[in-house]
Write a protein that binds this ligand. Structure first.
Ligand SMILES: [Mg+2]
Length: 364
């Protein structure tokens, strides 16, 4: 057991290789990467991080620097649950999700990294170690692409070995969405998996109409068809479509997940460790999903989730997200027959290339 003696906090604004759009957030040109690096009294260093779609990173950095660092300095790093609760209650009045939740998630990930490095254990092993690999799919942010560019993009995924792909839906005209779904189903053939993601761009009735129109194309799941907080709406839609429903990236606390798992009639639950309480939060959600008989999946940060997903017996499909955090780490996701392999390294298995990040640092 060693005490935390330093916490260095950073924020990077990283450009995307091209403009990427979805139904609710418009076009993304960059994403944000807040990172916290902890050092213990033995000189061991560990990192944790979150990410945003381009908004709120400065607030996350401020929480890390001014609110959470004082909670951490001088404390035993292995007391992850105690530290988590201390951070949660310190920020409770203005927190319970939002930027504070992203910051707590980053710290939690750093604490797991430190624990793994101290003990010489990989995240895969610490999280349960069921398998070494997990099924992975390519998650496009492609609603702004022309149909030709969408097809080119998915062809690129197939060349990389993906056996499952997800495209965005929610164009102004449903006929256009259906044509895109049909084009991609024709491209990938009948045996590969196709998911769609509306980023809650539809009303209940629009989502029902869209589900009816997509159904002939063998859609594996319909992700965030409507407002993620409209739990009754999910249940309503689930009773009216044969396409399984998925959501979770916008749920940021165990309570939100509990309510969705109990009442929304979704089939796939998609926690993101960057915003649902880090590794501790993700594993809690995975446990809730298992108890309820749901399949756990993941959203974003594939370089980390590959270990968490591989560790779980009820894991479904890991998203390989279009925000390329792993372009700035020493290890990229590799696919073997559609499966992604978890790293066998002490800690979370994510090492940032600081020199590559440096030009994109944002200071408060
Ligand atoms: Mg999504």
């Amino acid at each position: 057991m060693a005490k935390i003696v330093a916490a260095d906090c950073y924020l990077y604004e990283l450009p995307l290789p091209e403009k990427m759009g979805d139904a609710k957030h418009g076009v993304h040109e960059h994403f944000e990467l807040p990172i916290i690096r902890l050092t213990n009294e033995d000189g061991l260093e560990a990192v944790g991080y979150s990410y945003t779609g381009g908004v709120g990173g400065r607030a996350v950095l401020a929480h890390l620097k001014y609110d959470l660092t004082p909670v951490l300095i001088g404390k035993e790093a292995n007391d992850i649950q105690d530290l988590f609760e201390a951070m949660y209650w310190k920020t409770h009045y203005i927190g319970r999700g939002g930027a504070a939740g992203f910051a707590i998630s980053a710290v939690d990930i750093a604490l797991w990294d430190l624990k793994g490095k101290e003990q010489g254990h990989s995240l895969l092993k610490m999280a349960g170690g069921k398998n070494q690999t997990t099924r992975a799919y390519a998650g496009g942010i492609d609603l702004n692409f022309t149909r030709e560019k969408l097809i080119d993009n998915v062809e690129g995924y197939l060349e990389k070995g993906f056996q499952a792909v997800k495209i965005k839906v929610g164009r102004p005209d449903l006929v256009d969405d259906v044509a895109r779904v049909k084009a991609i189903r024709n491209l990938i053939g009948p045996d590969r998996i196709l998911m769609v993601d509306a980023n809650y761009g539809f009303s209940r009735d629009q989502a029902k109409a869209a589900a009816d129109a997509f159904a002939p194309y063998d859609i594996f799941w319909f992700e965030e068809p409507i407002d993620p907080e409209d739990i009754d709406g999910y249940a309503w839609l689930a009773e009216r479509t044969s396409i399984p429903l998925a959501q979770g990236e916008n749920l940021h606390s165990p309570r939100e997940f509990r309510d969705v798992i109990r009442n929304a009639k979704v089939t796939y639950i998609q926690p993101d460790a960057s915003n649902c309480g880090g590794i501790s939060g993700w594993l809690e959600v995975a446990k809730m999903a298992k108890t309820a008989g749901l399949t756990v999946c993941s959203h974003g940060m594939q370089e980390l989730h590959v270990s968490l997903m591989s560790s779980q017996p009820h894991a479904g499909w890991m998203e390989v997200h279009s925000f390329p955090i792993d372009a700035y780490t020493n290890r990229q996701i590799e696919l073997h027959e559609g499966l992604a392999v978890a790293p066998d390294l002490p800690g979370i298995g994510v090492d940032f290339i600081w020199d590559k990040l440096a030009p994109f640092e944002i200071k408060l």
